[in-house]
Write a protein that binds this ligand. Sequence first.
Ligand SMILES: NC(=O)C1=CN([C@@H]2O[C@H](COP(=O)(O)OP(=O)(O)OC[C@H]3O[C@@H](n4cnc5c(N)ncnc54)[C@H](OP(=O)(O)O)[C@@H]3O)[C@@H](O)[C@H]2O)C=CC1
Ligand SMILES: O=C1O[C@H](COP(=O)(O)O)[C@@H](O)[C@H](O)[C@H]1O
Length: 515
Amino acid sequence: MGEVGRANCALLSAKTMAGHEFPFMKEALSVVVIGASGDLAKKKTYPSLFSLYTSGFLSDSNMICGYARSKMSDDEFRDKMRPFLIKHGSDDQVESFLRLCIYSSGGYDDAKAMSAAAAKLEAHEAQQTSSKANRVYYFAIPPNVFTDVAAIIKEVGMSTTGWTRVIVEKPFGKDSESFEQLDRDMSAIFTEDIVYRIDHYLGKEMTQNLSSLRFANTFLEPIWNRNHISSVMISFKEDFGTQGRGGYFDQYGIIRDVMQNHLIQVLTLFAMEPPTKFAGEGSEISEHVRDEKVKVLRAFDPVQLDEVVLGQYLGNEKEPGYKEDKTVPDDSVTPTYAVVVFRINNPRWDGVPFIMRAGKALNERKTEIRIQFKRPPASTFMFETDVPANELVVRVQPGEAIYMKTNVKEPGLSNDIVTTELDLSYNKRFQDTYSQLPDAYTRLILDTLRGDKSSFVRDDELRESWKVFTPLLKSIEDKRFKLIPYEYGSRGPEQADELIMRVGFKYTGTYKWHP
Ligand SMILES: NC(=O)C1=CN([C@@H]2O[C@H](COP(=O)(O)OP(=O)(O)OC[C@H]3O[C@@H](n4cnc5c(N)ncnc54)[C@H](OP(=O)(O)O)[C@@H]3O)[C@@H](O)[C@H]2O)C=CC1
Ligand SMILES: O=C1O[C@H](COP(=O)(O)O)[C@@H](O)[C@H](O)[C@H]1O
């Protein structure tokens, strides 16, 4: 890899970075997973740490210490974790990785138990040749214990010879007020530079790709504005319901669950102005992208209530409805589906609707960004037909792809216009790497080890995004919305389509894809 490519490693995948030696790899490292007995730890945190191990970023000299309230021996913990690792590597790799994993039990405010865990880290670190010992704490715990855990880590768990970094999971509050409280409590304990707020959508391949797509292609950036784009739609669809998590979900709803975090992150990366720099040496590099994301959030207009549609799913003959989940109250008014239109009041985006759609229990699973361009001028006169607008679609998942709906002459003797696509499907174009693309968590944990914060959420980003969402959430809690029922497995409420058409999205229904 040449020097330019190397400098840009912030934009490369863990796979293509394999073989790279980062400074943290020459120093002692312990990773402590708080909440190691939980769901996230077994489904995401440990498999991602294992991937970093099999790709050479973690080594046999590292220690991974699980910490949670449940009492377990090291071996019992390893037995619990083994089934979640086996599909990610060979049996030998799993066993050698599990040898790095120890377990320590204790309460989330129990400084004595945390000291016992820290003593194990110290004993291990003392055996290493490096005089610097770094520590990462991964908070796979509910937010109500964040500050208790943070306080005991600060008291007894900080590295005295190297850096300490803390990865924190959402939710980062429920509204502006609770966010400010959490932020005050956390910042009284840790300085912002050691806090890595993870949003796994920022680690997804196509989210990471957005800036390259925009700023590394001269044909795109000049048309990335109100002069050429008529609407932008960011959609998140899941073809399953709350899957027994209804009790948790009911406290949050779809807006807090995916819009205020994952989708707003995608939107701000899409809409921000060019950052000063993406890559290079120094911790300030990470701030350039985050500065621009904050700036664009500050330009959001208040959401208009008549530009919002909310829904809740009903069951069908096969699947239960949302309120049939025993953990959901019978009178729940929590939306499982939402369309919200955002307006960005700056010279680039004035007048362009940003339509955010998210829903559970829909007809398919997909996340995408759909950019609809203005119609070709005078097309009805010139071609004597309504030529459809071009659309650029960034398919985030599943089946990562970028395709541009393009109008061409129908091949043959006809002069009719047909809409087809310029298609960059990742599974075809990047056959060697596609099946090995790293999980979002793998990439983000590696970024933490490297000290690259550009794909983590800064406190002022959260502050600004809560300012956008809080008034809307309050209106929902004040029951100012009618929740529209939709059937499990449908495309969501019809009123959602009416809204997106009303604000400017055009659906012709004429495009057919032939894979
Ligand atoms: N490289 C690749 O992998 C490619 C894949 N394709 C695939 O082809 C298929 C069709 O392409 P696509 O770009 O989605 O085109 P469509 O024209 O089918 O859909 C375009 C958009 O219109 C919305 N829509 C659909 N029905 C209605 C309606 N009745 N009223 C209002 N809006 C509606 C869809 O929303 P909603 O999502 O809610 O249905 C979608 O956002 C997709 O599955 C796509 O993944 C196409 C090109 C390349
Ligand atoms: O954070 C969350 O994200 C998942 C969707 O993540 P994905 O990577 O599978 O797209 C969502 O199902 C969950 O409700 C939400 O809390």
